[in-house]
Design a protein around this ligand. Structure first.
Ligand SMILES: Cc1cc2nc3c(=O)[nH]c(=O)nc-3n(C[C@H](O)[C@H](O)[C@H](O)COP(=O)(O)OP(=O)(O)OC[C@H]3O[C@@H](n4cnc5c(N)ncnc54)[C@H](O)[C@@H]3O)c2cc1C
Length: 462
């Protein structure tokens, strides 16, 4: 072990208990990767703080010793976000997992960053409340804020940034700041909540979050609607949205992905392009929304519409949707999953998915399209052999083509997964000169470049 590492360990052991500091090879390996196809790289040390003050002390040690810091939630991100390519200290937030306060009258909850979305919803259920954002993985709220995550319900309730009232952040020099407040709205100063949401650990560590929550809807109805073609399904979505139906979830699952679902989740869903829908509301409102949606989907050649009224059937439907990535992984042993996402204006969605579908058909490995189509967001899932340079190159080329298509139509290179290291190459094309503003913010707030280095904002000269 080098003298610098010895000194770093000593300093960390001075502020944390021995069981909170690890150089165990298995722990290092666990923190060397995310859930993507990107190549891993180990940190030097992993720490497990329990309080904000401990995070502040860790960051001060890193600042003094010029050591990179990588915040780590669950490690479910998909673009190499948590991979410590420059080694350093990974801060694992799994021990900061308390629901601090439920302010039911204000529809607010305060949590530590390592609380997962399912743990939060279990707690909120006691109050008749729920938290809306649901990325497929059971991610942490800190990781979800840091990636501006969204999920199946964002079409109705919005994405992470819409839920954040306040963040407690440990800045790169170890100060502890608050970025917002508990009020319903504020015009006071720069919107620091929005700056830190989506900052991917590059500007500081989120150590507490105050988030908006909602009353559990009085009535919920889910449906599965299958169509002869993916075009019909997407056009039906556009019509549903344009008609102003307050749909709570609308997910596209293409034919190839329905086959994976059936195999993995032991369902017998019709193997056609399918929409998974959900409606939230009171009984009369729900009846009206469902009837109107039925009319719209009939106009788009819907082949079958099946309603899932009881909780068990609904849970099975959404579990099948959330397990889709794992269905692909399970169905293609020895291959790695590349999931890429782009987002376009709703009016461009049908064209974007048609384009993506055509490109997928030209590939000679398993791939499919799914998406939070109500947001104009679709994902392509590609099962690649990462040892095969030809397949890797084809997958990267496919990624580039769908990003180019989205950007040319006013869209974005990622609707929800974020930039990490995988999508940095598209930022200049998407943001032009605004990228320089982002680089200036990074340089001002993290002048030593220690916070999750070379993610989101490229390090100069790299
Ligand atoms: C099967 C599957 C399905 C998915 N579906 C979706 C989806 O529908 N929608 C979606 O948005 N994403 C989806 N994702 C991606 C992923 O789940 C999200 O990006 C999630 O928000 C990451 O949370 P995490 O806790 O795993 O964070 P991590 O992966 O641990 O970290 C993500 C980023 O946040 C930073 N970070 C983590 N904690 C903190 C903190 N406390 N302070 C500062 N920075 C921090 C990390 O440094 C990193 O840059 C999916 C992933 C998988 C594997």
């Amino acid at each position: 072990m080098s003298v610098k590492m010895d000194h770093l360990l000593e300093e960390l052991q001075r502020i944390l208990r021995p069981d909170q500091v690890s150089t165990n090879p298995t722990i290092l390996e666990h923190h060397s990767k995310d859930e993507s196809y990107h190549t891993g790289s180990s940190p030097d040390i992993v720490v497990f703080p329990e309080e904000s003050e401990e995070v502040s002390a860790i960051v001060k040690v890193a600042d003094a010793t010029e050591t990179p810091i990588i915040p780590f939630g669950l490690g479910s991100s998909l673009e190499g976000h948590v991979i410590p390519y420059e080694r350093g200290i990974t801060i694992d937030f799994s021990e900061m997992n308390k629901v601090v306060e439920v302010r039911e009258k204000d529809f607010l909850v305060t949590v530590q960053p390592g609380v997962t979305r399912s743990k939060l919803n279990k707690e909120l259920k006691k109050y008749g409340l729920f938290f809306t954002v649901d990325p497929g993985a059971d991610a942490t709220l800190g990781g979800m804020a840091a990636t501006n995550a969204s999920g199946t319900t964002s079409v109705k309730y919005g994405v992470m940034t819409d839920q954040v009232h306040d963040l407690e952040v440990v800045t790169p020099n170890g100060d502890i700041i608050h970025t917002g407040n508990l009020a319903q709205k504020s015009s006071s100063g720069y919107d620091l909540n929005s700056l830190y949401v989506g900052s991917e650990g590059t500007l500081g560590c989120i150590t507490e979050l105050t988030l908006k929550v909602y009353g559990i809807p009085e009535h919920i109805m889910a449906a599965r609607v299958s169509f002869p073609t993916i075009d019909d399904a997407v056009e039906a979505v556009v019509s549903i949205l344009q008609a102003g139906v307050p749909i709570a979830r609308v997910e596209l699952v293409d034919e190839a992905s329905i086959r994976q679902v059936n195999r993995f989740s032991e369902t017998d869903y019709k193997e056609k392009a399918t929409l998974f829908l959900e409606f939230h509301g009171n009984e009369p409102g729900l009846k009206h929304d469902v009837a109107f949606t039925e009319e719209i989907v009939q106009d788009h050649q819907c082949e079958e519409i099946l309603f899932e009224k009881d909780t068990a059937a609904r849970t099975k439907l959404w579990e099948a949707r959330h397990n889709l990535a794992y269905a692909y992984i399970h169905g293609n042993p020895g291959r790695k999953l590349m999931v890429t996402d782009v987002c376009v204006p709703i009016s461009e969605l049908a064209g974007a998915i048609r384009h993506g579908r055509e490109k997928i058909e030209a590939l000679d490995f398993e791939a499919g399209i799914v998406g939070h189509v109500g947001d104009g967001n679709y994902h392509a899932l590609l099962m690649i052999d990462t040892e095969n340079p030809d397949e890797l190159q084809k997958a990267e080329q496919f990624n580039k083509e769908i990003v180019d298509y989205a950007l040319a139509r006013g869209g974005t290179c990622t609707g929800e997964h974020g930039v990490g290291s995988g999508k940095m190459k598209y930022l200049e094309q998407e943001h032009g000169q605004a990228l320089q503003v982002m680089e200036s913010i990074k340089a001002a707030l993290d002048p030593k470049g220690l916070m999750n280095p070379n993610k989101l904002i490229a390090k100069k000269g790299v």
